[in-house]
Design a protein around this ligand. Structure first.
Ligand code: NAP
Length: 248
């Protein structure tokens, strides 16, 4: 029996990077995988086809996680298509880095809306169906930057720290309903998001990473499988760092 057989998962931002790796890992463990994207329709369809090739049901939905209305409709659509949602991964996220003196209000709002408000939008609408289903696992992809901060990322760090406080609060609110809520704090993971960083910044990170290498989306996905499955049945309200020891 696979770890997630019979479960339906919804992953936001599954068209690329860490979200696509999570979608793949869930499918490999037998889950039906619904996932969203914002603009990369071609990549998203590619991921959906790949997942179906693993012998599970999968569907890509175009849905802006920062929109309350679109998130409500998304949950309805996934329930209509697959009947239940057992696992929600709030993964969609962006960066708009700048030092505080130069950070625009627009970039502050954009990051908070996409990274933090999205987590509210999806969680708000998935809780009732999870309660009806007598259980669920919500996983919020935060960041080590949300734990220890980073110069030039006040907007991003605030959104990611917010996700940690949110996860702890939801864990306390709905634990009695057998719904778990945890955060994962990845360190420096090789994706398009980190491709933008210059070599000097990457080298500075590597000096402080005990494992002396960047992480992969698959390594973050492994932690998600643990928290999504019964392996993590007694774990809630926690923040699991997947960072090669950076947060040590
Ligand atoms: P990425 O490669 O840039 O991929 C971002 C994903 O989010 C894409 O699928 C994108 O969809 C989707 N997305 C963006 N805005 C969206 C919106 N408003 N609604 C729905 N989907 C949206 O990023 P990544 O590196 O995989 O990061 C994934 C998550 O991990 C983020 O929350 C990030 O903050 C977090 N994280 C990453 C690292 C790292 O080192 N990479 C470290 C710590 C935490 P489209 O393809 O359609 O644009």
């Amino acid at each position: 029996m696979k770890l997630l057989e019979g479960k339906v998962a919804l992953v936001t931002g599954g068209s690329r990077g860490i979200g696509a790796a999570i979608a793949r890992a869930f499918a490999q463990h037998g889950a039906t995988v619904a996932f969203t994207y914002l603009s990369s329709a071609e990549k998203a369809n590619g991921v959906a086809t790949e997942l179906e090739g693993l012998g599970v049901k999968s569907k890509a939905y175009k849905s802006d996680a920062s929109s309350y209305e679109q998130s409500e409709n998304l949950i309805k659509d996934v329930l209509e298509d697959f009947g239940q949602i057992d696992i929600l991964v709030n993964n969609a996220g962006i960066t708009r880095d700048n030092l505080m003196l130069r950070m625009s209000e627009e970039h502050w709002d954009e990051v908070i809306r996409t990274n933090l408000k999205s987590t509210f939008n999806l969680t708000k609408h998935v809780l009732r169906p999870m309660m009806k289903n007598r259980g669920g696992s919500i996983i919020n992809i935060s960041s080590v930057v949300g734990v220890f901060g980073n110069a030039g990322q006040a907007n991003y760090a605030a959104s990611k720290a917010g996700m940690i406080g949110f996860s702890k609060s939801i864990a306390k609110e709905v634990g009695s309903r057998n719904i778990r809520c945890n955060a994962i704090a990845p360190g420096f993971i090789e994706t398009e998001m980190t491709e933008e960083l210059d070599e000097k910044t990457k080298d500075a990170y590597l000096t402080n990473i005990p494992l002396k290498r960047l992480g992969t989306g698959e390594e973050v996905a492994g932690a998600c499988v643990f928290l999504a499955s019964d392996l993590g049945a007694y774990v809630t309200g926690q923040t699991l760092s997947v960072c090669g020891g950076l947060n040590t």
